[in-house]
Design a protein around this ligand. Structure first.
Ligand code: SF4
Length: 218
């Protein structure tokens, strides 16, 4: 199967089987999404969703969060991974929002990446989810699943993966493709034990092609 055919089959499968794919983080506006995505780095969305309602209530605006301090925020985020760093980043991020962005979450990837705690992946997620800017964020699931299916050729870095995916996937699908690959990686193509036998993509998956036992040997 050529790479072009593989992309076309995989996209068609997702369009048919996952017509709606969205972030599982709970939020009401861009500021809350930004906080949730920063907290979700190296942590599960499920855990983040447990702690954010109280956090959002205590710090409803960038101004309130900016006027707070790391210790106060830590009390709300201590059950996520890296709570010290994340508490510090949240306060510093809110300070920059109030001093440089008029209290509004910026919409471009470049501006978002200036905020403390916001790298390329987080910036892409915010731009695409909150502002519908075409962007394809590559997290650990997107990176792994793309390599396994053969959408990328043993890509070594998230940036390499992003370049390859955005070259082959139409721009109008970048945002949903990010969620397709995340959800597939979270629930089917799991890191340790992918559920290949029940996976709807196995007919188009490079790793499955290489590992499946030929029927003549079964
Ligand atoms: S067939 Fe297996 S390796 Fe391929 S995408 Fe599905 S779960 Fe992942």
């Amino acid at each position: 199967m050529t790479k072009k055919e593989r992309y076309s089959k995989v996209i068609a499968w997702f369009e048919q089987n996952m017509p709606v794919a969205e972030t599982e983080l709970r939020y009401k506006e861009p500021f809350q999404l930004l906080i949730a995505v920063i907290l979700a780095a190296q942590c599960t969305d499920k855990r983040v969703n447990i702690i954010t309602p109280a956090l959002f209530e205590a710090f409803p605006t960038p101004e309130v969060l900016a006027a707070s301090n790391k210790e106060a925020v830590y009390e709300y985020v201590k059950s996520v991974s890296y709570p010290n760093n994340k508490a510090r980043h949240l306060v510093e991020m809110a300070k920059m929002l109030t001093t440089e962005f008029n209290g509004k979450v910026p919409a471009t990837v470049e501006e978002l990446m200036r905020l403390p705690g916001v790298g390329k992946k987080t910036a892409n997620v915010i731009a695409s989810v909150a502002y519908k800017v075409p962007a394809l964020a590559v997290d650990t699931h997107v990176f792994r699943v793309s390599n396994r299916i053969g959408l990328t050729d043993n890509s070594k870095t998230p940036l390499e993966t992003e370049k390859e995916l955005t070259k082959h996937i139409p721009q109008r699908l970048w945002s949903i493709a990010h969620h397709w690959l995340i959800l597939h990686g979270r629930y089917v193509c799991i890191a340790r034990k992918p559920k290949c036998e029940t996976c709807g993509l196995k007919a188009y998956c490079k790793q499955y092609e290489h590992t499946a036992i030929p029927s003549s040997l079964q």
